[in-house]
Design a protein around this ligand. Structure first.
Ligand code: IVH
Length: 669
């Protein structure tokens, strides 16, 4: 292919991909499968790696990120980014309606919208292309976060030809609640600090330096206002409909995310509807925005230096409840971390009965100056667990005693410690403190670690109390006669459990390492360390400085791992595990043959007898390497059905041998 043809092909693929992207993310009506979509993207990506000079900065391949922004330059907004005046009172909304109606002759039509709780964004488009994405900043200058915004699937990189040549569109970027929960679940499994709420997470994500990390976190958008020198529509509502046609994600009246209202009653109906229903939305909102629909009337009514007079926000009050603090108890986690919990007189809040609230740590208790029997205010924030936000001091009695944080572990009486710079106290007696010992065993047998089935929390508790297990290595000494004596253990369940314990001896090393429950060594970290060091013995030889060299391992993790590996008691435990036959090093790959040794093989198209992954596996098991695109280094192309013609052509041009699925199977058989 010559460069002109390549350019034509590149343009055609880009248009096709953008079209399908729009159908998928904006219209929610895809017409091709994810697989076919990926094929198009792969084809484009291969073409781009062949012709790097033709790669456009708004290529759909930029969606996966990769560009690094060291610091985000400040860029002046073309029009200042104002904020909205807001109120928590419905009667102030009524006053506002009366007040602005006096500023214009014609009756006002309103548009009611949701107030998305995310990060304001301004997107500039030039000649149909995304040119710049700016945060609000101080309203006059924003930060240029274009590289990161390019990875957000609902933000079009190219838009339809009938959009103005140059314009700006503003809206909100947010993280859907499901994506937020999933992210935190993942962080929890990796022993990483949890994010507080979707809004802060969205804002933090937009400022990440590595755009490929941004692309892995699901961000979404709603756009709600267009700024252009060209006249678009006289109605704000019509402008939003128009923007959708250009390719933007905008709120729709079908879901009642946006609505026209010609009376205060209709405005109130919208507010009341969402005050009740907002908990059912897949994203967070913190209120309702009411705007004058007619753009000429907007101009007539005008703006102050801070906010337009033609719009106002009605903010929802965070739901609160008042109840009595009866006591504070302390939970001890698997890593010894102490969490204070407030026990409350049950009270209704946001549709559920609340009896307990987390108090986080000693600082939180001190800050609230909590006393037992105080009347406290509860709120549900972004988090599911309610929190105490204040004390009703008017109801405090003189005899209420101050809550003093405990000094000794409630479970084993060891003196608590606190590491400088960390918020939580912890119990240092990890080898004898019951919840720590039991918590470590439960973590070890978990699905993501050793996957030992048939050993419930209660049985662990009984085995611990009967002195049959005091650390994870004791699991491998358990005998039929020990287990059969436990409650609810019958012949079959004991045998199954013993089989499962035996099977865990072949669980891969990275899972064993994760299962040990070393602070900050979560699933992902364990995999990275194992990939770098291969065995427990070579890990033990590494210094803290060497451990830090591993990708994504910082000082905190390296210190924790080093201290664990060099503690005498842990060394004994690790030896016992080794003697029991657990995997303490990465398994060496056993090849089924060397038929494809040193061959780089590209696969493309749809296969019938094996899935793509199985074919990749077969290549690797026979000593070959899987290549991502055809190049001079490719030895073989396995062509399935519907392989793109350009790929085939490229293979022919480069003299790469092409075989079909059957021929491939014969080859490795
Ligand atoms: S209109 C001139 N509409 O609320 C201001 N803002 O305090 C135009 N927001 O910075 C803003 N949802 O980040 C508008 N439907 C909506 C909104 C919305 C959320 C945010 C926006 C703005 C802040 C105002």
């Amino acid at each position: 292919m010559n460069i002109e043809d390549a350019k034509l092909k590149l343009d055609q693929l880009t248009k096709e991909i953008n079209h399908h992207n729009n159908l998928y993310y904006i219209s929610s009506a895809p017409v091709i499968s994810d697989y076919e979509f990926d094929q198009l993207l792969n084809e484009l990506s291969a073409l781009e790696s062949q012709y790097p000079l033709l790669v456009h900065e708004n290529s759909p391949t930029k969606r996966v990120g990769g560009d690094i922004t060291k610091n985000f330059p400040a860029v002046k907004h073309r029009f200042p980014m104002l904020s909205l005046s807001n109120t928590y009172s419905k009667s102030e909304i009524e006053d506002w309606v009366v007040r602005i109606q006096k500023l214009t002759d014609e009756p006002i039509q309103f548009v009611c919208e949701l107030k998305y709780d995310g990060v304001a964004i301004s997107l500039w488009y030039e000649n149909g292309q995304l040119f710049k994405a700016l945060t609000r900043g101080d309203g006059v200058k924003g930060e240029d976060v274009t590289n990161n915004v390019r990875t957000i699937k609902t933000i079009p990189l190219r838009i339809s030809d009938d959009a103005p040549k140059s314009f700006e569109i503003r809206g909100e970027i947010f993280m859907p609640i499901a994506a937020f929960d999933q992210l935190n679940e993942h962080r929890k499994n990796n022993d990483e600090a949890l994010f507080a709420n979707p809004r802060n997470t969205a804002s933090g994500t937009l400022k990440l330096q590595d755009s490929s990390l941004v692309s892995k976190r699901t961000l979404d958008s709603f756009l709600y206002s267009v700024y252009s020198d060209e006249k678009i529509k006289d109605s704000h509502y019509e402008q939003i409909i128009q923007s959708k046609k250009w390719g933007f994600k905008t709120p729709s009246s079908h879901d009642r995310y946006i609505e026209l209202a010609s009376s205060i009653e209709q405005v109130m109906s919208f507010i009341n509807y969402w005050d009740e229903k907002r908990s059912e939305l897949p994203f967070e909102i913190d209120g309702i925005v009411i705007k004058v629909d007619d753009v000429n009337q907007q101009n007539e009514i005008g703006a102050t230096s801070k906010s337009p007079r033609w719009a106002i926000a009605y903010k929802f009050k965070a739901e609160q409840a008042e109840t009595i603090l009866n006591s504070v108890t302390y939970q001890v986690g698997r890593t010894g971390s102490i969490t204070p919990v407030a026990n409350l007189t049950p009270v209704q809040l946001g549709g559920t009965t609340v009896k307990r609230a987390s108090l986080h740590n000693a600082d939180q208790i001190a800050k609230l100056d909590l006393h037992i029997n105080d009347y406290v205010y509860l709120e549900k924030g972004g988090e599911i667990i309610p929190k105490i936000v204040g004390v009703n001091l008017k109801k405090r009695k003189a005899e209420n005693t101050k809550v003093n944080f405990i000094q000794c572990c409630p479970k084993c009486d060891a003196r608590l410690a606190r590491v400088e710079g960390e918020a939580n106290h912890f119990c240092p007696d990890e080898k004898a403190c019951p919840p720590q010992v039991k918590g470590k065993i439960e973590h070890f047998i978990g699905r993501k670690a050793m996957n030992i089935d048939g050993l419930g929390q209660e049985t662990v508790d009984q085995l611990f109390k009967s002195n049959l297990i005091s650390d994870v290595s004791d699991l491998y000494n358990l005998k039929y006669d020990d287990l059969i004596q436990m409650d609810r253990m019958a012949d079959k369940s004991v045998n199954n459990l013993l089989k499962s314990i035996e099977a865990s001896k072949s669980v891969v090393f990275s899972k064993v390492l994760f299962g040990l429950g070393i602070r900050f060594v979560g699933e992902t970290v364990a995999k990275k360390i194992v990939a770098a060091y291969g065995s427990i013995d070579s890990m033990m030889k590494a210094s803290i400085e060497e451990l830090i060299l591993v990708d994504e391992i910082g000082e905190r993790i390296a210190n924790s791992l080093f201290n664990y590996l060099h503690n005498e008691e842990n060394k004994i435990l690790l030896n016992k595990l080794k003697e029991h036959g657990l995997q303490m090093e990465q398994a060496k790959k056993v090849l089924s043959s060397e038929k494809l040794l040193n061959q780089t093989i590209v696969i493309s198209g749809v296969f019938h007898q094996y899935s793509r992954n199985e074919i990749k596996q077969l290549i690797e098991n026979n000593g070959g390497k899987v290549g991502s695109s055809i190049s001079k280094k490719t030895n073989l192309l396995v062509a399935g059905e519907n392989m793109g013609p350009s790929k085939r052509q490229k293979a022919v041009d480069l003299n790469v041998k092409i075989i079909n699925e059957d021929e491939f199977i014969n080859l490795v058989k």
